[in-house]
Design a protein around this ligand. Structure first.
Ligand code: TLP
Length: 345
């Protein structure tokens, strides 16, 4: 469905607006004070999410950033070290929160489009010694945002997880777009989740809900997360009105992510055929298309597309991100390509 604004907005899958049917479900939601545990819709969403991911419990949070950060806080103690890939959202885009909120150090691992090896993890681990911070938690991201929506190969994940377990490290997955990984690979979300102690999933990216994420894990771990959610002001009251949008998205918008992936592939193929573009279409596995421009600056391309009704995100001097989602149709992709072609030839 094209955006109601008529603009083809490829900046992010966070920009989707609720469909009329989703709004209807939100308007009808049964609500109560969730801090008292009285909101039946939030309860249903938490149960459903935990069940889908094969974990004991879930907690609903306002954003993916809060989900990741309360999980880090609940896994660690100040002075611990967490191991993250150098382009991970947790490290790159969460405003320094691991340092500010959990007092932990980030050790960055080199990755290939977000994917790192068990050997890279092994090489970064600290032996137990009073001089060193304690290596405590490994965080992975699937799909990987700055890796261009890359899906972690399952064997690679299994080998990193086995190494982490061998060294008694905990594992957290930033699964903001785990739904996309599951659709692209055919591997159910719970199979990925089984390798982790905690997983953060977002309802407000490709699934198209306006707000919300959830963290899943053991009952005991989620109880700890609830305390940190409260501490950060993220415990909400009659929030079933929002949770209803997320429940609707889980029921109706997961399978359709395949359309977004097909649209991203079509966009990538069209762009790769233009001489001013550097892009390997084979690397586009889900809904994120990253490319470099040769003949003009990325910011200039974004600015020149705006009056033509197309929005993209300049990620660096020559790097552009375009993301497909619920409010971008196959016809919109052809329009976007037609708008970009004269500027990139
Ligand atoms: N990503 C946003 C921006 O913050 C960059 C986007 O437009 O892609 N994990 C991953 C992998 C994410 O991509 C995001 C959002 C989050 C966590 C944070 O989610 P929110 O925005 O709900 O805090």
């Amino acid at each position: 469905m094209t955006s109601p604004s008529g603009i083809i907005d490829l900046r992010s899958d966070t920009i989707t607006v609720p469909t009329p049917a989703m709004r209807e479900a939100m308007a009808r939601a049964e609500v109560g004070d969730d801090v008292f545990g009285d909101d039946p819709t939030v309860k249903r969403l938490e149960e459903r999410t935990a069940e889908l991911l094969g974990k004991e419990a879930a907690v609903f949070v306002p954003s993916g950033t809060m989900g990741n950060q309360i999980a880090i806080r609940a896994h660690t103690e100040p002075g611990d070290e967490i191991l993250v890939e150098a382009n991970a959202h947790i490290y790159y885009y969460e405003a320094g929160a691991p340092a500010a909120l959990s007092g932990v150090m980030c050790r960055c691992l080199p990755g290939d489009r977000g994917v790192f090896t068990a050997a890279a993890l092994e090489a970064a681990l600290r032996p137990p010694d009073q001089h060193f911070p304690r290596s405590r938690l490994v965080c992975l991201e699937n799909t990987h945002n700055r890796g261009g929506g890359k899906v972690w190969p399952l064997e690679e994940l299994q080998s990193v997880a086995a190494t982490a377990r061998h060294h008694e490290l905990r594992l957290h997955l930033d699964g903001a777009r785990l739904w996309n990984a599951a659709v692209a690979s055919g591997i159910p979300e719970r199979e990925y989740a089984a390798l982790f102690d905690s997983v953060n999933v977002c309802f407000s990216k490709g699934l198209g809900a306006p707000i919300g994420s959830a963290v899943v894990g053991t009952r005991e771990f989620i109880a700890r997360c609830r305390r940190f959610r409260k501490m950060l002001g993220g415990a909400m009251r009659q929030v079933g009105i929002i949770a209803a949008g997320a429940l609707y998205a889980l029921d109706h918008h997961r399978d359709r992510l395949a359309e977004d992936h097909a649209n991203a592939r079509r966009l990538a193929e069209g762009l790769a055929a233009l001489p001013g573009v550097e892009l390997r279409p084979g690397e586009v596995e889900t809904n994120i298309v990253l490319f470099r421009v040769r003949r003009l600056k990325a910011a200039d391309l974004a600015a020149q597309l705006e009056p033509r009704g197309v929005r993209v995100l300049a990620l660096g001097p020559d790097r552009i991100r375009a993301v497909t989602h619920l409010n971008v149709s196959a016809a919109d992709i052809e329009h976007a390509l037609a708008a970009m072609a004269p500027l990139l030839r």
